[in-house]
Ligand binder design. Structure first.
Ligand code: C5P
Length: 436
């Protein structure tokens, strides 16, 4: 036991899915980190793993029913839900999350989830169609809106023979997420090794940023955003014209994703709302994929409250006034179909005016000329605290390098030209300083 989670108390709720067997490995890894794990096994979960196995691995009694007189006298279910530092639901089945989203308390697990005053992490696992079902999508949005952290499931082959997202993330990734939620960034590297053996990398420091140049003060202090919820938008939006055509822009999402990765490394709970991009989700980041500006706007609203918002997305300013239900055809007459545009909601400006405005709101500005003048004007017009400007005439959108200018009411700080990961780390460090 290497003790990076020493005496942190985790209440682990095990739902009824084939992935329940992985919860046993999760218990083992958490114990290895020194965590105190108490398991709650649902009726469904008990079809896949036994209370005996979990009790042996956790070295604690396992709770299975609301109607246990002995347990209720010794420790009521309210106390059980409150004595933990973190409640983890793993696997979180579609049914369990539906009941959580609906506030239903019809067994021990859901009663504890309704009664708890502690952060909750749900680790979903289910069939790919169940994962994509609108009811599940709706329930997950509700849970996230209620402040529950919901991990993204892994992609791949499933026990049911189908393929796609829905697989339980690897236990080691769950341990890392738990460490982050407990504000223990330092535990992530040792958790990854899973053995407690020493590695070249000092676990008291975050992993180095890939491709980062050593820039003085560019590496955020580990844990400097612990306990903070950082909301980030990234990538372009696609605005449909008809079922096959859309309006888009050249944003790659790389800078926003690098900022999300840096914020997670700094210990924040990160919600990344991503337009259509071809990028992997950074470790420890909760990602919500959207396509249009209106979907992005709704997802931002659902993700509130947040301590910091960093709006990096290149949101399309306009969308087609109407989306044709069928492909618009060339009729050979040479007539060009009229394309009427309407303005999209300004997500950043609305957020700044919202009564749930985060304490620090950072906008981005991609400009081809008069970069600083446009950024200063945008700061006032949008009501943001900072505008981070970059010159997209010098560095084409989608590139690997950025020269950022942080424009605030107090003045401008221009960072050197840096790989996007290093620029992200420098920005996160300044954000952590600002909200400390
Ligand atoms: O107005 P402009 O697009 O230049 O402003 C850029 C900033 O505003 C970025 O932070 C971008 O994410 C945000 N924005 C937005 N909603 C829009 C347009 C831009 O949130 N409809």
């Amino acid at each position: 036991m290497n003790g990076t989670m020493n005496s942190r108390r985790i209440l682990l709720i095990i739902g009824g899915g084939i992935a329940a067997y992985k919860a046993c490995e999760l218990v083992r890894l958490l114990r290895k980190q020194g965590a105190d794990v108490t398991c709650v096994l649902t009726e469904g979960g008990a079809h896949f793993v036994t209370a005996m196995t979990l009790a042996a691995l956790s070295e604690n009694p396992v709770h299975t029913t609301l109607w246990d007189l002995k347990n209720e006298v010794e420790m009521g279910h309210i106390q059980l839900s409150r004595q933990a530092d973190l409640v983890v639901v793993c696997p979180a089945t579609a049914d369990l999350m539906a009941r959580m989203a609906g506030g239903i308390a019809n067994d021990l697990a859901t009663t504890l989830l309704l009664a708890t005053d502690k952060p909750v992490l749900a680790v979903p696992a289910m069939n790919v169609r169940m994962w994509h079902h609108p009811a599940t999508v709706r329930n997950i949005a509700t849970l996230r809106g209620d402040g529950v952290s919901v991990m993204e499931p892994d992609d791949g082959a499933m026990a049911c023979g189908e393929f796609g997202p829905g697989r339980l993330p690897e236990p080691i990734a769950i341990v890392e997420e738990i460490a982050r939620m407990l504000g223990l960034c330092a535990s992530t590297s040792s958790a990854r090794s899973g053995s407690g053996e020493s590695t070249d990398h000092d676990p008291a420091r975050p992993e180095p940023v890939e491709g980062a140049e050593p820039v003085e003060g560019a590496e955020p202090v580990e844990g400097c955003l612990a306990g903070k919820h950082v909301l980030i938008t990234a990538g372009p939006t696609h605005e449909p014209i008809d079922p096959v055509r859309y309006i888009a822009n050249r944003s790659s999402g790389k800078q926003g994703f690098a900022i999300a990765a840096a914020a997670a490394r700094a210990g924040a709970r990160v919600t990344l709302i991503a337009g259509p991009v071809n990028l992997d989700t950074p470790q420890g980041v909760t990602r919500i994929d959207v396509e249009t500006a209106r979907q992005m706007s709704a997802a931002v609203e659902a993700a509130l409250p947040a301590d910091v918002a960093i709006m990096v997305a290149a949101v399309a300013d306009w969308r087609s006034a109407g989306e044709a239900a069928q492909k618009i055809k060339k009729d050979g007459s040479g007539q060009v179909p009229p394309l009427q545009l309407v303005e999209n909601p300004d997500i950043l400006a609305s957020l700044c005016q919202s009564d749930r405005r985060p304490a620090l709101v950072v906008g981005f500005a991609a400009e081809t000329n008069d970069v600083l003048d446009h950024a200063r004007a945008k700061l006032l017009r949008k009501g943001a605290d900072w505008i981070v400007a970059n010159d997209v005439a010098t560095h084409a959108m989608g590139g690997e390098i950025n020269g950022l200018h942080i424009v605030t009411a107090a003045g401008v700080e221009s960072l050197p030209e840096l790989p996007k990961a290093a620029a992200a780390a420098a920005l996160i460090e300044r954000i952590a300083d600002a909200i400390a």
